[in-house]
Design a protein around this ligand. Structure first.
Ligand code: ARG
Length: 704
């Protein structure tokens, strides 16, 4: 007999099914036989007594479920967290269990009232002592988990239960000696299954079928290499035997009628703290702080989802809800990850969401020098579109030239450290680059609800619109364009040749002529087809008025390229009266700068096309500076390039007939980008009409 293992049981003197608080009890009220229950309970009692010490708590009249001592509380070392039952039918058991623990000298921890947690029924220690698996979804609240972590000083891995037949974690999950796990995967949601798979090696996972699960095979008592349970199939016994476990079956059918079996009827009250594990687990944790309109913007749930999706777990240590609608909330979240890599991934995502480390956890950013020009140190922090600060020598320094997909380079000047986003190719030997994810934060201005509501752009936030909503977007965009033009702001258009093929040239020309566009970015093709249309009435050989291919039309664009080449540039062709209309014509006439970035076709290019792509990228970046809004019109590649060069806060409207393109471009996680799935020619014609409406005289009201 092993003296270091003790269990608590409660004799079934008052056991019966008196009420229904789980699906097993339904139809079983007063259907269990007292005589058989007593007999089954005693068999279990003796099996355990042969292998461990069994303590008893006095049964109490009126509390029939008190036999299920697993729900008394959760023990680790000298500490016990007393249960807070969800159902009033069981709440009366609490004081009796509390008394018992106090009489044995345990340090008793009590959860706030109204925070349900049902003890070891919903919280199972990894048998190696590495962490605590805790269930939620039916009986215990997720919010109880941080308390468990704090009081028991252990990492809590939260698992969500989704099948009401398996309402307690111990009905479908049983950690075994040696890191093995007996469990029924369908009882958990998808994420929880992933978490389980990340923590338990495949060869250690013993997944049950439904037949064993409904016989409560997971509701087993594990003592070293013995597993005591109600019933197991042949296959299950064989699988357990193969990894060294002996199954002892003992019928507990009378207790199944109340939704419990072997494990439920016992509580292990000796759970040793395993300090070396606590010390050297690969599990890392960090505490981060989130601030803003956490609830109404969904920020908190997004943050917690990201943590789970990346394979970490979290504890919300505290949450201060803003009291007024305009006040912000803040939350401190302890993030745990099974490895440093996972932690880095999670933290960089949380940094994007604006999370910061707690002041006491604040450290300087880690720097490493550039050793080869144009190559960053491994593990460099990849910059994002959000305004960022890095901590250098104890001070937060704002990063300049914010853009995504760069590295953050630090240079030390007489007036202090300077941080700048740099493209990899621009990194110079000796420069320091930020690595890891320590000492980095993004700065988010929390907008008040009013500000958010008055921001016309946010109502479509980040979403791809359906055809019906196109008009609403057009109204918004027209309104913004007009405002930006009137205050002398900057709008940049990226456009692909589809703008011309779909008949959008005349509309885009008007936008340029009327001062709504301050720069045009494209490639060789848009200019070629625009000029082809202006000079020959076709776009890629198709007659734009009649919509039919013109005989010999495929040669048109070559003629056009040749003509412009003769003039030397588009501007020269305009000045000498050769080019008299169209998008490129309007750019020249209205001094709107444009950049045509490259061509892979060898039929050109136009003399204006910049074939040195690095120069073209630089020119794009220059023209984008100070832009307040970018219209991306059916040009996937140029638009992606532009998106990457643009910091958060710039409004982006992406129009494409292909929903995939729109999703890709507008999914920047920032509220300023919206996507419209529609024909770009149609979009432009609606936009021009809407702008006309805005300039039309206000109708005089009819006389009364
Ligand atoms: N009738 C009890 C209830 O629903 C059964 C408890 C079973 N205990 C357990 N640890 N799963 O609360």
């Amino acid at each position: 007999m092993n003296d270091s293992i003790r269990f608590l049981m409660c004799p079934p003197d008052h056991y019966d099914v008196d009420y229904v608080i789980n699906p097993w009890m339904e139809g079983n009220i007063h259907k269990s036989s007292r005589h058989r229950a007593v007999e089954q309970w005693h068999k279990l009692y003796h099996i355990l007594k042969d292998r461990a010490v069994v303590d008893l708590v006095n049964p109490q009249q009126g509390w029939p479920d008190m036999v299920f001592t697993a729900n008394a509380g959760l023990v680790l070392g000298d500490n016990v967290v007393i249960s807070r039952f969800l159902h009033k039918e069981r709440q009366g058991e609490e004081p009796f269990f509390k008394q018992w623990f106090e009489s044995k000298g345990y340090t008793v921890h009590e959860l706030p009232k109204d925070l349900p947690f049902e003890g070891a029924g919903d919280a199972l220690l990894d048998r190696e002592g590495r962490w605590l698996w805790a269930g939620y979804g039916f009986r215990s609240e997720l919010d109880s988990h941080p308390y468990l972590a704090k009081w028991l000083e252990i990492e809590v891995v939260s698992l969500q239960l989704v099948d009401e037949r398996f309402y307690h974690l111990d009905t479908c999950f049983c950690p075994l000696t040696g890191g093995y796990l007996l469990y029924y995967p369908p009882a958990f949601d998808f994420y929880s299954n992933r978490i389980i798979e990340m923590r338990v090696l495949p060869e250690k996972r013993i997944a049950l079928g439904e037949a064993d699960a409904v016989n409560f095979a997971c509701n087993a008592v594990n003592i070293n290499h013995t597993v005591v349970m109600n019933k197991a199939s042949k296959e299950l016994k064989a699988r357990l035997a193969a990894v060294g476990f002996e199954v002892v079956e003992t019928p507990l059918t009378e207790f199944l009628k109340a939704g419990g079996a072997a494990k439920c009827l016992t509580l292990r009250v000796t759970e040793p703290v395993i300090p070396e594990h606590h010390a050297n687990v690969p599990v890392e944790s960090r505490i981060v702080r989130l601030e803003g309109h956490l609830l109404d913007t969904g920020l908190i749930s997004r943050a917690l989802d990201r943590i789970m999706e990346a394979g970490g777990s979290f504890q919300v240590l505290n949450f201060n809800l803003g009291e007024q609608k305009q006040s912000t909330s803040s939350a401190e979240v302890k993030v745990s990850a099974p490895s440093h890599e996972v932690m880095e991934e999670i933290l960089s995502q949380l940094i994007d969401l604006g999370a910061v480390n707690l002041p006491e956890d604040e450290r300087d950013a880690q720097l490493e020098p550039v050793l080869i020009a144009g190559v960053a140190p491994d593990d460099f922090y990849v910059s994002t579109i959000y305004p960022t600060e890095v901590r250098v020598s104890g001070q937060w320094v704002r990063v300049q030239n914010q853009r995504m997909d760069g590295a953050i380079a630090i240079t030390h000047t007489a007036s202090g450290p300077v941080a700048r986003c740099k493209l990899l190719r621009d990194l110079q030997v000796g420069e320091d680059v930020v690595v890891d994810v320590i000492g980095i934060r993004t700065v988010r201005k929390a907008k008040s609800r009013e500000q958010r509501n008055s921001q016309e752009f946010s109502f479509m936030s980040g979403s791809v619109s359906s055809e019906r909503r196109v008009e609403l977007v057009v109204e918004q965009v027209a309104w913004e364009l007009r405002q930006i033009r009137d205050r002398g702001g900057k709008v940049v258009v990226t456009a692909g040749p589809v703008v011309i093929h779909t008949g959008g040239a005349e509309h885009l020309s008007r936008l340029i002529r009327e001062g709504y566009v301050q720069a045009l970015l494209g490639g060789n093709a848009i200019a070629v087809h625009d000029i082809e249309q202006a000079m020959m009435g076709t776009s890629l050989g198709v007659d734009m008025k009649r919509g039919v291919a013109v005989r010999g039309g495929h040669r048109h664009h070559l003629k056009v390229i040749n003509t412009i080449r003769r003039f030397g540039s588009i501007a020269a062709a305009v000045e000498q009266g050769m080019l008299t209309r169209g998008v490129m014509y309007e750019c020249v006439k209205n001094n709107v700068p444009f950049c045509l970035a490259g061509s892979i076709r060898d039929d050109g290019p136009l003399p204006d096309t910049q074939m040195d792509l690095i120069k073209a990228q630089e020119e794009y970046a220059r023209l984008l500076q100070g832009a307040e809004m970018i219209l991306m019109l059916s040009s996937m590649l140029h638009s992606i390039g532009v998106g990457n060069m643009t910091p958060a806060g710039v409004k982006m409207v992406c129009v494409d007939i292909n929903p995939a393109v729109v999703t890709k471009l507008s999914d920047r996680g920032s509220i300023e980008s919206i996507g419209v799935v529609t024909d770009v020619g149609l979009f432009l014609s609606l936009l021009v009409k809407q702008l006309d409406l805005l300039t039309s005289p206000y109708p005089v009201p009819a006389a009364v």
